[in-house]
Design a protein around this ligand. Sequence first.
Ligand SMILES: Nc1ncnc2c1ncn2[C@@H]1O[C@H](COP(=O)(O)OP(=O)(O)OP(=O)(O)O)[C@@H](O)[C@H]1O
Length: 287
Amino acid sequence: MDGARLVAEDLDVGHAGRPVLRQVGLELRPGAVTVLVGPNGCGKSTLLRTVAGLLPPLAGKISIDGAPLASFNRRALSQRLAFLPQSSQAPAGVSVRELVRHGRYAHRGALARHTAEDTEAIDWALSVTDAEPLVDRRLDELSGGERQRAWLAMVLAQRAGVLLLDEPTTYLDLRHQFEVLDVVRRLAREHRIACGVVIHDLMQAAAYADDVVVVADGGVIAAGAADDVLTPDVIEQAFGLRVNVVRDAATGHLACFPVRAAAGPDAPGAVLAKTAPTPAEPDPAAP
Ligand SMILES: Nc1ncnc2c1ncn2[C@@H]1O[C@H](COP(=O)(O)OP(=O)(O)OP(=O)(O)O)[C@@H](O)[C@H]1O
């Protein structure tokens, strides 16, 4: 498995000719985790689907290791790039084993005999996603989190140099959220894969990203290291919410919290004041 570099330049993306994002520059580096963050509906999925070759760009260039995306046929592209969308559908009755085997079709085609390399890739994908106990279960009888891990195993079995994941932690409990993000980081570090991941949780983004890309207002409004990008001003511009950004003393990671409202309950940052009232002063007379 060799990492690849995906570059998008001057990219306009959108639907039915109507742009959602304009003039996007994006680089997914081999060995790095790039996290895309931004408010609902800002265009993160549209961007990911476009660089995955599933939506035609409205303008601009996309390349993998210098070769234009358009020069790859579907099979050649899926050997280089694996994409896990926000929600995926599989035929009824498909087992997890069958689903994960699909990840190898990029290399062998649907009818070719499986090789030892295929078996090794499938076993590895099931193992790193903690999906081995699920192999004989039907996908449609799994919980949301179990199903998500099975889909993740399928795209990992593809063993592509670019991995695009659209909200891969959705449905997962806390432990599996961090395990999936650990896997993503390990794929980048150990296998030099270029990982592009959409995450809503800014703290997870800060903890796992080598590069953070903030999408808002019809474009990329900031990109770079989390420390430089996840500032109160950028977060307020993107999400319309004033936050304090602090560094967790134990982990060194960034965390952000809404600023308490000074100007009434409808002001940005009022959420915390509404949901977490100041604790009452302790009663010195209480036992
Ligand atoms: N198939 C489609 N046809 C037309 N418009 C679409 C289509 N899919 C998405 N859109 C629109 O494009 C815009 C961007 O949507 P997109 O799904 O890319 O946002 P997002 O940042 O991924 O959102 P979320 O965080 O809610 O998943 C939205 O206004 C959405 O309504």
